[in-house]
Design a protein around this ligand. Sequence first.
Ligand SMILES: Nc1nc2c(ncn2[C@@H]2O[C@H](COP(=O)(O)OP(=O)(O)O)[C@@H](O)[C@H]2O)c(=O)[nH]1
Ligand SMILES: [Mg+2]
Length: 195
Amino acid sequence: MRNFLIVGRTGVGKSSFINSVVGKSIAETSKYEACTKLIRHYDHISHLGDICLIDTPGLAEDDIECDKKYLDLIINSVDLNTIDTLIYVSRLDETRFRPEEKRTISLLTEKLGAFIWNKAWLVFTFAASVPNEKRDIVSKNRKVQIEEFVKAITSEYNLDPAFQGFKLKIRVDNNSKNWSSKSTPITSLAELSEK
Ligand SMILES: Nc1nc2c(ncn2[C@@H]2O[C@H](COP(=O)(O)OP(=O)(O)O)[C@@H](O)[C@H]2O)c(=O)[nH]1
Ligand SMILES: [Mg+2]
């Protein structure tokens, strides 16, 4: 069993990503309000074996105290040593690197431990919302911003080995199909589990 812990701000598409991966609607998603208030485990049998996708409450939704409470909930109900991969979800169509996102990354580091970034993948959602001709450059810029920030934060914790970047970067759009000729179809985690 491979365990994936899925984190990120509210509304970035964490629950929708789980549904895309599994190929059916099992995780509740919402346009209007954060609906994941609890940690939910979704077991899925992929071609390459059993995986468990762990959905978490969205962060940066309310205030910092609320985020801390959610993160305590994660650490109390998930044994972080059993997590194979942290999936950090962020929207590709965010025009700037928001302070809320930085705060989320700082809190994740503080609460889960800096080591978690050394097993992290980056998933960009809302890829179809970025025009085709801009998608590559936007992806690169967003990735560099996030990675540089994680590097800076984790260096304060003397992480060993130092964070070298995300192990895997994936672009998806959970709500629109065929958004690009170069899109990665995320219908099965089999491909991801190989890595
Ligand atoms: N266009 C688009 N909408 C998305 C995408 N992912 C999620 N959404 C929508 O964004 C809203 C929040 O998604 P949800 O999965 O509940 O976010 P979560 O709070 O991170 O779990 C829902 O209305 C989804 O339908 C995406 O890749 N593209
Ligand atoms: Mg959710």
